[in-house]
Design a protein around this ligand. Structure first.
Ligand code: SF4
Ligand code: SF4
Length: 380
């Protein structure tokens, strides 16, 4: 397994994590099989947004004495008061459900403010007693870190800007990132894809990922496979379905992403998900899918690493990624971004301007100029 830093939390999360949704309603033996496989393969982060008491208890039982080995995302405001998944901002209800979750797991690693997708959601969390409850949970040590989940880049950026969360759970895949920002959260949830809507990488979503990196907010990814539609021959929005490794790799190459949480429901599915680690560069490469689209990606780095190798060993995608983040506010580059950049084995300042990389970049990025700009901004 590979691990990544989760934002500024100081924690390391496995790049492949577990989404819990599909464990709902499954017998304990099946949940046990799934959790055992996950732990055996080094998965150390999972999401438990499900409000049902039984599935939570079964996950707890399956973890047994290994509870401490799994970082748990538990959601504050996730309820099933109407016999189905429901969002609540009613404090007594929110407290009742979250306390059940605490009783099951003892403590929650990431207390996620559930589903902040609209201005109304934002107000329901930040302009009511909801946020006081969340802060108190953290103060008491019931939750170790504060996070939130969202499908809306504009509202999510507003939440990140508050400085409160350290983790964001967000829906990320190539199809969603191609949508113009006006596509609403419901379309994303229902996977209501329309190829005509593709208009290049959505700048608001790209900006959100950079903002997270800048603020030290880690991202865990949901909808990596677009609810299975991206890999389905019948439902793919592209000329042909993407593969699972392409979808995972796309999400993992976005700034700030720590882990993709995949909705496995058996040990076998966990092993399949983790087999991403055994794939090679060609199997992970998602750019062929982009070439089938009419959208114009030219001039902007999509962090695909096609331009490698660089003769002096620069990780060009990484330099471009930190450069894009630094450009958000050139006068005040966050110390964390500066230190990530300076920790690179080779930086923009090492570029010898050979431009061999530019011949390999499928998107016409002016890489040598970017390296020079990175040197100018970071000083090395
Ligand atoms: S510069 Fe081009 S080839 Fe290199 S990572 Fe960016 S988009 Fe990919
Ligand atoms: S132009 Fe710079 S970044 Fe590109 S291959 Fe040459 S040395 Fe590496």
């Amino acid at each position: 397994m590979e691990y990544r830093q989760i934002g500024r939390t100081g924690l390391q999360g496995s790049i492949i994590g577990l989404g819990g949704e599909h464990l709902d309603g499954k017998p304990l033996a099946q949940i046990q099989d799934t959790i055992d496989a996950a732990l055996d393969l080094g998965i150390n982060i999972m999401d438990v947004f499900m409000p049902g008491r039984e599935v939570r208890e079964n996950i707890r039982k399956a973890l047994g004495t290994r509870r401490e080995r799994m970082l748990i995302q538990g959601h504050i405001g996730s309820t099933d008061i109407h016999q189905q998944y429901d969002i609540s901002r009613d404090l007594p209800t929110v407290q009742r459900y979250f306390e059940q979750l605490l009783n099951s797991f003892g403590y929650i690693d990431f207390g996620m403010m559930f589903f902040i997708d609209s201005e109304e959601d934002y107000k329901g969390v930040f302009e009511t007693g909801f946020i006081d409850y969340v802060l108190k949970l953290k103060q008491n040590g019931d939750i170790r870190h504060i996070g939130f989940s969202s499908h809306n880049p504009i509202t999510a950026a507003k939440v990140v800007e508050t400085g409160v969360p350290e983790l964001m759970m967000f829906s990320i895949n190539l199809a969603f990132d191609l949508y113009p920002a006006k596509v609403n959260a419901l379309d994303q949830l229902t996977g209501n894809f329309s190829p005509a809507a593709f208009g290049g990488l959505d700048p608001q979503r790209a900006q959100l990922y950079r903002l997270c990196e800048q603020k030290g907010v880690g991202i865990t990814v949901m909808k990596t496979l677009g609810a299975g539609k991206l890999i389905s021959p019948e439902h793919t929005p592209f000329a042909k379905p993407m593969s699972v490794p392409q979808c995972i790799h796309y999400a993992l190459t976005r700034p700030a992403v720590a882990s993709v949480l995949l909705g496995c429901q058996t040990g076998e599915e966990v092993r399949n998900a983790v087999s991403y680690l055994d794939t090679d560069k060609a199997q992970r490469d998602y750019t062929p899918v982009m070439h089938t689209l009419k959208s114009d990606f030219r001039g902007k780095c999509v962090y695909c690493s096609h331009c490698q190798p660089c003769p002096v060993g620069i990780d060009i995608a990484a330099v471009n990624k930190y450069l894009d983040i630094a450009k958000l506010n050139e006068k005040e580059i966050p110390p964390s971004i500066r230190s990530h950049y300076t920790a690179l084995a080779h930086t923009g300042g090492d570029c010898i301007n050979c431009k061999s990389c530019e011949k390999r970049c499928p998107f016409g990025v002016e890489i040598a100029a970017n390296m020079a700009k990175a040197k100018e901004l970071f000083g090395i």
